[in-house]
Design a protein around this ligand. Structure first.
Ligand SMILES: NC(=O)c1ccc[n+]([C@@H]2O[C@H](COP(=O)([O-])OP(=O)(O)OC[C@H]3O[C@@H](n4cnc5c(N)ncnc54)[C@H](OP(=O)(O)O)[C@@H]3O)[C@@H](O)[C@H]2O)c1
Length: 258
């Protein structure tokens, strides 16, 4: 990880869960991390706990469903820390609902597409532009995808979410091909986890207490992946030598059958 010390990483969805774990790990490795999300206070608090670490965490408020806010984020990065060397597209969510039932709404589909797909595309485009205008040839893009981008889950409420992650899988290969066409050594990778112990499922099920109980029940049947395990995969990808391109890491809890 020595070559990344002092370099700049953008982590989206940094306020909680997997994104917060990735921020912590990268700051401990000595990177200058810009963590963004809507709940910026949580990122500030995370940064305060990392003041004695090798790197630094900058907290930035951004609603990734808004194009202008993403563009302003990249301007802020350029003016304040120089540019992006590593871009971790982690922000994402599921909005539980079937495809054909009454809860299937265009606004829910559009919201998931905005964050899980469009923001990921725009951040990647801006990050690659930032790398190329500064002559950075060894940058890294990482998309946090999902096992639901590799198989359609049996659970019907996740079908649209799953479709957004199939998009991410396709975009990972599209990004890889276009980076080769640009004759750059910038790399792109994805990480596709199964169940991770975060608030993701409670949020997807709209946080009611009975839903929270069903998530607790789910996790009582298996030991889920810890967000730190995903952060360790980010460090693995960054640690590989520049001639090695990791494409996609699929990881599930040992006890997860689906
Ligand atoms: N947990 C799992 O089992 C699991 C499995 C496979 C893949 N994943 C993927 O892993 C990624 C992280 O999920 P997680 O489990 O850590 O979920 P989480 O705990 O719910 O965190 C989601 C993050 O995304 C951010 N976010 C959501 N909408 C946003 C918006 N409009 N603008 C800015 N930030 C936004 C949230 O920040 P704010 O609310 O503060 O804006 C939060 O930081 C997602 O892409 C998810 O699809 C999770």
């Amino acid at each position: 990880m020595d070559r990344w010390v002092g370099r700049v990483a953008l982590v989206t969805g940094a306020s909680v869960g997997i994104g917060a774990a990735i921020c912590r790990k990268l700051v401990e490795c000595g990177l200058v991390v810009v963590g963004c999300a809507r709940n910026v206070e949580k990122i500030r608090k995370l940064g305060e706990g990392l003041e004695s670490a090798k790197g630094k965490l900058h907290a930035y408020q951004c609603d990734l469903s808004k194009e202008e806010e993403i563009l302003t984020l990249f301007e802020w990065i350029k003016s304040n820390v120089g540019g992006v060397d590593v871009c971790i597209n982690n922000a994402g969510f599921g909005d539980y609902g079937t495809l054909l039932g009454p809860e299937a709404t265009v606004s829910a589909w559009k919201s998931m597409l905005d964050v899980n797909v469009i923001a990921l595309c725009l951040c990647t485009k801006e990050a690659v532009n930032s790398m190329r205008e500064r002559g950075v040839d060894d940058g890294q893009i990482i998309h946090i995808s999902s096992l639901s981008g590799h198989r359609v889950p049996i659970s019907p409420g996740n079908h649209f979410y799953s479709a957004t992650k199939f998009c991410v899988r396709s975009l990972t290969e599209g990004h890889r091909q276009e980076l080769r066409d640009l004759k750059t050594n910038i790399r792109v990778a994805a990480i596709s986890p199964g169940f991770v112990a975060t608030d993701f499922f409670v949020n997807a099920l709209h946080s009611t207490s009975s839903n929270a109980e069903s998530v607790t029940d789910l996790f009582s049947t298996m030991k889920p992946i810890d967000p730190v395990d995903v952060a360790d995969s980010v460090v693995y990808i960054l640690s590989t030598p520049p001639h090695v391109q990791v494409h996609d890491i699929l990881m599930r809890p040992t006890q997860q059958k689906t």
